[in-house]
Every structure is written in C-alpha cells, then in structure tokens.
Design a binder for this molecule. Structure first.
Ligand code: V47
Length: 382
C-alpha cells in the first residue's frame, strides 16, 4: 500500500513520493534518490518539488544583477574542445586588450546603474601577474564590483605569479588573497565543466583538474570570497556524471561554505571541435534544461540560489524555470561573447526593464542585487 504523500501537488510517478516527503520535511536526497529525480518522466512533479524548495529559500523573490561582461581577450592556450571562443595569438579573430583598452571599453559600456563587472576570458600565455592585479584594482577604483577569475585562471596565476627564480607555484590562497587586496569581491563559477575524469580528459584535458577546481573554491571561501559553481552539460556526460558533479559541490559547500549560486551551462553546439566531433547541431532541449535545474535545486540543498542563464537557454525558458527551482536570472550582461562564439542565438545582453518584466510576468518579485546578493531595489508588479 502506498502511503499518501504530504506533497501539495499531484505526483504521477510513485517513485517520487517518498523523495518528495523526505525533501518537504527538510531531508537530504541520496545519490540513488538523485538518479530517480533525473530519470523520472513526471516533469511537472519534479518542477513542483523544486519550486517548493525554492520558495522555502527565497519566497516570492527572484534576483537579477545589473552587470557587464568583460572578455578582455580571447587568447587561450588551454584548448578545451567545447570552446569556440579561444584563439591562438596570431589567429584571425583574436583580440587582446591592454589596460587602457579595458578602461575605454568599460567607459563605453558604462551605465549609472552598473554594479558588477564579470570577467570571462582566456588563459593568456604572455600576460604577467601584475596585469591581472592592475585590472582588478583599476575596475574597483572606477567604482565597480569585480566578479572575476575562474578557478582555472587562479590555477594559471599560481604558476605565473611565483617570485622570480623560484619554481614552486604560489599557493591558491596567496593568489586569491592578493586579488582580494586589489578589490576582488566574488568569483564566477566557470571552468568546472564536468568533474568526472572520464569526461574531463575528453573535453578539458589541459585545464585544472576537478580536485584543483574544488581546492581553489575552498581557499576562496576560507578567505571570505564568495563564489559560484557551473556545470557544462548536454554533450558526452551521463546523468550519473552530472549528479556526481552536484554531489561534489554539495560536499564542499558543507565543509567550506561560500557558494552563492549554481549555474548550469547548456552546451552551445556550433563552431567548436566537440560539436564537430559529435556531429551535434542541436541545442539542449527545454525538458532537459528544466529537469537539470529542478534536480539541482533539490540536490543542492545548501546552495542559496540556482541560476537560470538566459544567454544559453533563452529568456523564455528561464522565465518558465522560475517555477522549476530557479531564483536568479543573472543579469543585463550587455556583451556576452563565449556562448555566442559557439552559436548562442540569444541577444548578447538584455535591458534591465526587460529582465524586470520577465520576472514579474512569471509571478515573482524582481529584486535587483549586487555581485554578492545585497539587495539594491525591489520592483513589485504594479
Ligand atoms: O568556463 C564555454 C562555458 C563558461 C561553452 O558564475 C560553454 O555567475 C556551453 O562561467 N557551451 C564561462 N558552455 C561562462 C560562465 C558563467 C556564465 C554565467 C554566469 C556565471 C556565474 C558563470 O562557459 C566557461 C565554460 O564552462 N563554455 N564554451 C559552450 N560551447
């Protein structure tokens, strides 16, 4: 006999009933239960459960940030196969801003409401450590909150920042603490890709490994630098590997809290070696995007937010995802380049008024936040 579930929404897949009861009474899902969530065909119940978890955390609010994406260079020596953005130094289509170019760029894109500059770029083989410190400091001095440098870049900096004549890399902690002294307020979640070694070897073999990525974020959290975590999905990874990725993040958040949001990144399948090798031209499906976000919301019970990244899954689906666990829609962005280099067909930025409307029309209250989730303004629907 099945015991009636306490869930205030219909559940057609009976395998979900005990999980819903557990989650709704504050319990934590196991790996096996996480797989049941991934495998269910009962998307409405999965979304409703994730929505209940979301509501418990943020009530009727949904967050956004007035941000600018800065990709000061696309030069990168790492060679991740999913990436259509990277260029070698002498390749066509390359750009590489020195500091004065960056100040001009930011001046051109500046707006009185702009709070956050999110840096997203390549691993440059020639730039020295001072460039990164001066870039962080210069943006801070101009009044912006700098959210910058992925764990993969921190790993790269640990090698280029070492004192002359030494061979031992600087510790992640030392690199991060110098950046913090130059104004860094938060770190983005890029470079996580998929932690499972089987996949990482195929798509990001030369990038920092999973343990290194997690170690950098641990060091950041211990220094009081909040961070995000991403997961690149929709290519060669299995559902088990997605869940393993989430579980490793959950574990780190238990041990060294400091993650603000989890950001699933849907594979953009154009102009990159992985898409060509897989002969892949289609974007991830809406069903996969929604279940991925919903599972993340339920599994990552210690993450304050799940972010719906409209650049990669469209504003329309992000609006729906506000009923599937998502509580943050990222930002105005303005000049996104990484996803667009791999075929994203969304706009490269969105006016703040459109973001507000997107959230209001989903029945949520838009809350403008800064880079570290201080609330700046609330825009209830009229
Ligand atoms: O690190 C590169 C990914 C990341 C592709 O922290 C791709 O708030 C899909 O990290 N298909 C950069 N993804 C973007 C990023 C990010 C975005 C939004 C918010 C936050 C945050 C972080 O984009 C890279 C890589 O993992 N990426 N190529 C591609 N073809």
């Amino acid at each position: 006999m099945t015991v009636a579930t306490a869930a205030p929404f219909p559940i057609r897949d009976t395998a979900l009933e005990p999980i819903a009861d557990k989650v709704l009474s504050g319990g934590r899902v196991t790996f096996e239960e996480g797989m049941t969530l991934f495998n269910t065909r009962d998307l409405p119940a999965l979304m409703a459960l994730a929505d209940a978890v979301r509501a418990e955390k943020v009530g009727g609010n949904a967050y956004y940030v007035h941000s600018l994406r800065l990709s000061q260079t696309n030069v990168c020596y790492v060679g991740c196969t999913f990436c259509g953005f990277q260029r070698k130094m002498d390749e066509e289509g390359v750009w590489d801003m020195d500091l004065s170019d960056v100040w001009d760029y930011v001046g051109r894109h500046s707006h009185p409401d702009l709070t956050e500059i999110h840096i997203s770029s390549g691993h440059h083989p020639k730039r020295g450590w001072d460039y990164y410190l001066d870039l962080t400091q210069g943006l801070t001095d101009r009044g912006y909150q700098v959210k910058a440098w992925t764990a993969a870049e921190i790993h790269h900096f640990s090698r280029i920042a070492r004192p002359k004549g030494t061979t031992k890399p600087l510790s992640y902690r030392e690199v991060l603490s110098q950046l913090k002294d130059h104004g860094l307020v938060a770190m983005p979640g890029g470079g996580a890709e998929i932690f499972a070694e089987r996949v990482r070897q195929k798509i990001a073999a030369a990038k920092v490994n999973a343990d290194g990525w997690l170690e950098v974020h641990r060091a950041a959290h211990e220094l009081g630098i909040p961070t995000n975590a991403t997961m690149l999905y929709g290519h060669i990874e299995t559902l088990q590997e997605r869940l393993d990725h989430m579980m490793r993040l959950r574990q780190l958040q238990d041990e060294a809290p400091g993650f603000m949001s989890f950001v699933p990144l849907a594979f953009q399948p154009d102009n990159n070696p992985l898409a060509r090798e897989l002969n892949k031209t289609e974007f991830t499906t809406g069903v996969d995007d929604l279940r991925n976000l919903a599972v993340a919301r339920i599994v990552l019970d210690n993450f304050p937010h799940i972010k719906g990244y409209w650049i990669m899954i469209t504003p329309e689906l992000v609006q729906v995802s506000l009923s599937a666990g998502v509580s943050d829609v990222d930002g105005t962005i303005k000049d996104e380049r990484i996803a667009h280099a791999s075929g994203a067909d969304t706009d490269t930025g969105m006016p703040e008024s459109d973001l507000i409307r997107l959230i209001q029309d989903a029945g949520r209250t838009p809350v403008k936040r800064d880079a570290i989730y201080n609330e700046l303004a609330v825009h209830p629907a009229a």
